[in-house]
Design a protein around this ligand. Structure first.
Ligand SMILES: C=C(O[C@@H]1C=C(C(=O)O)C=C[C@H]1O)C(=O)O
Length: 276
């Protein structure tokens, strides 16, 4: 599984318009994965290792984990064998389970500065505690218990949602690198002063954020309804997705965490350089 962005030409890969195009493309991926997930009830038990303990033989993990963590960690272990996490735009939720790839390594051009920024723990926490309850609420279906269907389907959909959210949010590193190269002196000064608030203000583009939220609302409304059905009161015309929940997810989780990634990446940008 190799990166979806064209990294062969560094100037293209770090062109801010090209990066923003990738972010727009990821909106579709995230919305469609969410449409799949909210077909199922919240099923809170699949995130709770006490309510539904899943034993793992993986010594890198606790003896019992949640069904959701089991499926996510096993998926990452498998995907790592086909070098998913060699790609500079892929970050694991469980780095401790990754395996040596069976495929030959790809020589990616070095576009990003060395860094250890990974906000996947926060992404997963907010997805489980904030995003899903909000997205599932409108459909009003509570946890029907392990004996009912959907536990595996819900957890499988969660893997796709979390991986897409992680890619989108960690794309903040490419955005930050692009902005650093465009205004190096400005960012060197802010980074040396360890002025995180100043860096956050410098990387913030309120107009772009507004456009993102407006586009998200339009896409969620459009993708969430079957275009072949006239009005919502005809069978099959109901919305498949809570539009406002999607907008809220971006406004309260995706965009803020993308900016955290940008700031923390920049805080590590000078290490080992002439500016240190
Ligand atoms: C991603 C960027 O940086 C920031 C984060 C944004 C986002 O997460 O959508 C949008 C604008 C900026 O405030 C950008 O400038 O495009």
């Amino acid at each position: 599984m190799d990166t979806a962005i064209d990294l062969s030409d560094a100037s293209k890969a770090l062109d801010l318009d090209n990066i923003r195009f990738q972010l727009i493309r990821l909106e579709d991926t995230i919305i469609f994965h969410l449409i799949e997930r909210v077909q199922f009830p919240l099923n809170a038990s699949i995130y709770d290792p006490i309510a539904l303990p899943v034993p793992t033989s993986n010594l890198a993990l606790p003896p019992n984990i949640s069904l959701a963590d089991y499926l996510l960690s096993e998926t990452e272990r498998l995907h790592s064998t086909v070098r998913r996490y060699d790609a500079p735009d892929e970050y694991p939720f469980f780095p401790q389970v990754l395996q040596r790839p069976m495929l030959q390594p790809i020589k990616y051009p070095k576009l990003l500065h060395d860094n250890d920024v990974n906000v996947n723990d926060i992404i997963k926490e907010k997805y489980i505690k904030e995003v899903l309850p909000e997205a599932c609420r409108k459909f009003g279906r509570e946890d029907r218990g392990e004996t009912k269907e959907n536990y595996g389907s819900a957890a499988t959909s969660d893997v796709a949602c979390l991986q897409a959210l992680s890619r989108r949010i960690h794309f903040g590193k490419f955005v930050a690198e692009s902005k650093f190269r465009a205004e190096t002196e400005r960012f060197v000064k802010l980074i040396k002063a360890e002025d995180r608030a100043g860096i956050d203000a410098a990387i913030t583009n309120a107009k772009v954020e507004q456009l993102v939220l407006e586009r998200l609302r339009l896409k969620a409304r459009t993708y969430g309804k079957d275009p072949s059905v006239g009005s919502t009161n005809t069978a099959g015309g109901e919305e498949k997705l809570d539009v406002e929940a999607v907008v809220k997810m971006y406004a309260q989780v995706v965009i803020p965490l993308t900016k955290v990634v940008e700031v923390e990446y920049l805080m590590q940008r000078l290490k080992g350089t002439q500016w240190e």
